[in-house]
Structure formats: C-alpha cells, structure tokens
Design a protein around this ligand. Structure first.
Ligand code: ATP
Length: 354
C-alpha cells in the first residue's frame, strides 16, 4: 500500500488550463473521493494519476516516488471504469485473471487470486458465465474483481456506479465501502454525486473549475463549508442562500434584500457592513416553533420526512421536517430558525465568515 500526493499539479489542453495548481495529500489506506460538477477536472486528475494523461507542471507521487513520466503499467495501480470494459468473449474467470496471464503469473497463483477476489465479491457461482449473462451489478463486481486480483498499491475508480439504476447504486455504494474496509487499499474515487462522496469517503476533495475548493471529512464539509460553492454543492436538498446584510443596530438580525428579518447567533465583526449571503440548511428550519410565518408552495412527502418549499418574505426556502406534515399549498405555517446553525458568507468572495 502507499500514499498519494499531488503537488501543485497543473494541466492544460492547448492553451486551455483545466487543472490550475492542485495539492492533495492522500494517506496510505485512505478512501478519498474527488467530487465536483461536470467539467471541473476530476477525471483529468485521476487519469494523470493513472498515467493516461501527461502532466503540464507539478509532481504526482505514489508511495513517495515521483511518477510523472512513469508508464501506467509501472505505477502499481488498478482502475475501475464507468463502463466496466469487460471482454465479451471471456468468462468471468478469464476476465478476472486476464491481467495476471499477461503478466505471466504462475497458473496456480492466478487461480488462487481469482478465487479469493470472487469469494470477497460473491462471484463464486458465476465464474463460468459470460458478461452478457450477468446483471449490471454483477458486471460491476467483475470489474472490481479484475482490479482486486492485481493487488495494487492504489485503486482508482472513475464514476463506477453511474450506469447502474438508483437502487443498485445504493447497494454497490455499501459494497465498495465494505470492500475498502476489508482490503484497506488506498483508493481514489471520482464522482459528480455528492451523496456518493458523503456516504463513502474518509476524505472528500471538492473541485470546481480546475481548483480544489476544500478538502475534509464528509461532516466537516457539511458543517463547515469553506465557501458558498461547497455550501451549495454538499447537502441535499440544498442549503438555502439568501442575500442581505446585518442590521447595523443589532448584529443578531440579518435583513434580507426584501426587508425580512432573520435571526443570527454570534455574527463575527468581519460580517458587519458587508454584503452577505445567509446560508441555512433545510433541517434547521423548525416547524411549529413560532416566530416566522411562511406560505407552503410545494409539499413532498417521502414517508419518513417531509420536504417542503416555504415562501418566507421574498425567498423560497427548502425545508426538511423529520415528521409527516399535513399541509396544503397556500396554507401558512409557523416556523423558527435554529440560529446557532446559520452560516454567513461574504457575498463577493464567497468565503464563510461564520
Ligand atoms: P465529467 O464529470 O463531465 O467527466 P470532469 O470533472 O471529470 O467532468 P474532465 O473530464 O476532467 O472533467 O474535463 C475537464 C475539462 O477539460 C473540461 O473542460 C473538458 O472539456 C476538458 N478536456 C478533457 N479532456 C480533454 C482533451 N483530451 N482535450 C481537450 N480538452 C479536454
């Protein structure tokens, strides 16, 4: 096993910079997820780590060794792709053992490794099947099996679940996490899905437009987003963002652009007199707690909790109530805001002030 470092890594395609100086330190055995919207550069970063794309500047290290110019086969990594890329004319066993055969591993050793991986992934009874005889989830497992048999220093995953339906995706999320807990191999995983990142990662790297916006554990990013981008990207339904300023007479009040007063606890001095964004997660709007009155716009029962859009002053707010709510569009509800969980962001630079 080995750690991985990106040190001021840059990449341009022609004159167009897509990775603009990225620093990431991945510890030995860590499960790190690179997440961000389409086009932010996460796949390019992974492909550079794999050796499938060259590096314009900076250094990538695996196990302390600079690999910038090392060919992919010498990096001791194994990659699992979105489309699995299984060989259709080979059985599961042959697909899984193929790289070992290429490397001229002794037959008994290869069989042992395939059997071990098949055991871990629950593929024992499917070894003689062809890919066309497998479900999407089973194919994805074979693709992972092919990576496991190589016993690499680092696993790379590029959106491995995006071709699966919603239910299977949730099941495979848990399987991959369990696999990592078992093998403890350093893993770098790319996705655009923040829920995948939140549920699976030890550490998340949020990327946007070729730069790292924040690195942290899932709950650090959720509770302490560094800026507006991370606050808005992590969490579903999304954080409410309302423009306004602190009341100059009372820094415990936030006055929105339409004149509504919202509560603030512990506003820092740096927030005074600035254009701000009030960041409020949907679950910190509390039902029947009085104080504020809003109009129900949309109500979405999920069974366990109720998602609701509430018009408060001039803002439509996402709310999540952990109960069943009997209300109709047009009805008025009393709510309160848990001010201790409100964030204030600088409207111009986007950084979080509290
Ligand atoms: P997605 O989730 O859509 O795959 P991503 O975050 O993985 O997005 P990349 O695939 O890394 O993004 O692409 C980053 C940027 O680099 C994009 O603007 C893309 O158009 C550009 N890009 C990627 N590969 C090339 C290439 N071979 N030549 C030119 N531009 C490229």
């Amino acid at each position: 096993m080995a750690g991985v470092q990106f040190a001021d890594v840059r990449k341009s395609f022609g004159a167009f910079p897509v990775i603009k100086g990225v620093n990431i330190d991945i510890a030995d055995g860590e499960f790190v997820i690179l997440v961000g919207p389409s086009g932010c550069g996460k796949s390019t970063l992974l492909r550079m780590l794999a050796g499938l794309e060259n590096i314009s500047a900076g250094e990538i290290r695996i196990g302390g060794r600079v690999v910038n110019t090392l060919p992919p086969k010498d990096r001791d990594i194994a990659m699992v792709f979105q489309n699995y890329a299984l060989y259709p004319h080979m059985t599961v066993q042959q697909n899984m053992g193929f790289s070992l055969m290429l490397n001229k591993a002794p037959k008994a050793e290869a069989e042992k490794r395939v059997k071990y991986a098949a055991g871990i992934l629950g593929l024992d009874s499917l070894l003689d099947r062809y890919p066309r005889q497998l479900s999407g989830g089973q194919r994805q497992r074979v693709a992972m099996g092919r990576a496991i048999v190589r016993d690499p220093e680092v696993f790379l995953f590029d959106e491995p679940l995006s071709n699966l339906d919603a239910k299977l995706r949730v099941a495979m999320r848990a399987e991959i996490k369990e696999l990592h807990q078992r093998l403890k191999t350093t893993t770098v995983y790319v996705t655009h899905d923040q829920i995948e990142a939140m549920t699976m990662a030890d550490k998340i790297v949020v990327m946007h437009d070729g730069v790292v916006e924040q690195i942290g554990s899932p709950l650090e990013l959720y509770d302490k987003p560094a800026n507006l981008f991370v606050g808005g990207f992590i969490g579903s339904p999304a954080m409410n963002m309302i423009k306004g300023r602190l009341d100059p007479e009372n820094s415990g009040r936030f006055i929105t652009a339409d004149g509504t007063a919202l509560p603030v606890a512990n506003a820092p001095d740096s927030a005074k007199g600035r254009d701000l964004v009030y960041g409020l997660r949907p679950e910190y709007i509390l039902l029947d707690a009085g104080g504020l009155e809003g109009e129900v716009i949309v109500i979405e029962p999920t069974g366990y909790e109720t998602h609701l859009t509430l018009k408060l002053g001039g803002s439509d707010l996402n709310c999540v109530f952990r109960e069943r709510v009997n209300a109709r569009p047009g009805e008025r509800l009393n709510v309160a805001i848990d001010a201790s969980h409100v964030h204030l962001f600088d409207a111009e630079g986007g950084q979080r002030l509290s």
